[in-house]
Ligand binder design. Sequence first.
Ligand SMILES: Cc1cc2nc3c(=O)[nH]c(=O)nc-3n(C[C@H](O)[C@H](O)[C@H](O)COP(=O)(O)OP(=O)(O)OC[C@H]3O[C@@H](n4cnc5c(N)ncnc54)[C@H](O)[C@@H]3O)c2cc1C
Length: 323
Amino acid sequence: MPNIAVFIEQRDGALKKVAWQMISEARKIADAHGGEVWGVFLGPDATEATAEAGKHGAHKVFTASGDNLTAYNSEAWGAALANFCKSNNPDLLMVGSTSMGKDLGPKVAAKLDCACISDAVGLSFDGSFEYRRPIFAGKCFVDLTSSTSVTVIGVRPNAFMVNEVGGTATVETFDADVDGIDLKAVVKSVEASSGGQIELTEAETVVSGGRGIKGPENYQLIEKLADALTAAAGASRAVVDAEWVDYSHQVGQTGKTVGPNLYIAAGISGAIQHLAGMSSSKCIVAINKDANAPIFKVADYGIVGDLFDILPALTDEVGKLKS
Ligand SMILES: Cc1cc2nc3c(=O)[nH]c(=O)nc-3n(C[C@H](O)[C@H](O)[C@H](O)COP(=O)(O)OP(=O)(O)OC[C@H]3O[C@@H](n4cnc5c(N)ncnc54)[C@H](O)[C@@H]3O)c2cc1C
């Protein structure tokens, strides 16, 4: 009967939906094998987090707040999560593989001296946990077990479906024991590079452009379709290296890993390093004028044609459907 703790990430009060995906998946295991699902929330005002966590299947939400738990700080937050695990002994701690989670998860695991499995896309339980993660730039998957009493896993956003069970979680505060600790580094301010835009790694739809867009002036074709679809705008490294868009848009091995429900690749050849960042997308649509482009091997739907005709036509059609 495993107890699964799920870190509910917030930045400036905004909750990350990967938490509801993890809680939904954890609840499936609890329903099948017993045990409880616990949300863990750090920061002031856990009201919304608790309501959402309960709705998605958490039995309980543990909360802690204080000066060191208001703005994110890996040292204090890492210690707080590790202290939570020491006093409550979950069998598993799930942390979203967001930029915060990638920083936090390994720190907690190091403090607990336990296994840390990053970028998990699958989880099962049959007396013990088994975790699935991609290796070799997404070319294959490996299934792992852990021999430590608690395991920290980083979970790729959108790897699991959100499920609503409509429950109510109870709330319990815990002593994070980080008040007054002498932080070695303090975050003075955070400047978001993609003000107002949808975060690539969490987007449900991504539209990406490659060298086929020919120049920076044409990236607006990608952005227009992305806007119409309420999607995030991505790019191949060729586009980023040419300085047509900022690095924050790069998808791939040396960029961001995305796992949306829909990924539209326009003018992207499908190099292995690009596929490494998007091949776990649920549905891939490729637009390329070369019918032999490798991207078509991973695409669910392929459009062989000129992106300069297809992107505006698609954007128009989406606009018509929405109106
Ligand atoms: C260590 C390393 C790490 C890397 N990391 C990454 C990474 O993180 N992300 C990444 O993307 N790449 C990465 N790369 C680079 C990668 O190998 C490719 O060079 C890059 O992905 C190619 O980008 P592209 O598909 O946009 O360009 P190209 O390969 O030049 O493809 C352009 C495509 O556009 C099509 N096209 C041209 N005109 C049109 C048109 N009018 N309409 C429709 N289609 C058109 C062409 O047929 C072609 O298929 C990495 C490489 C290395 C060595």
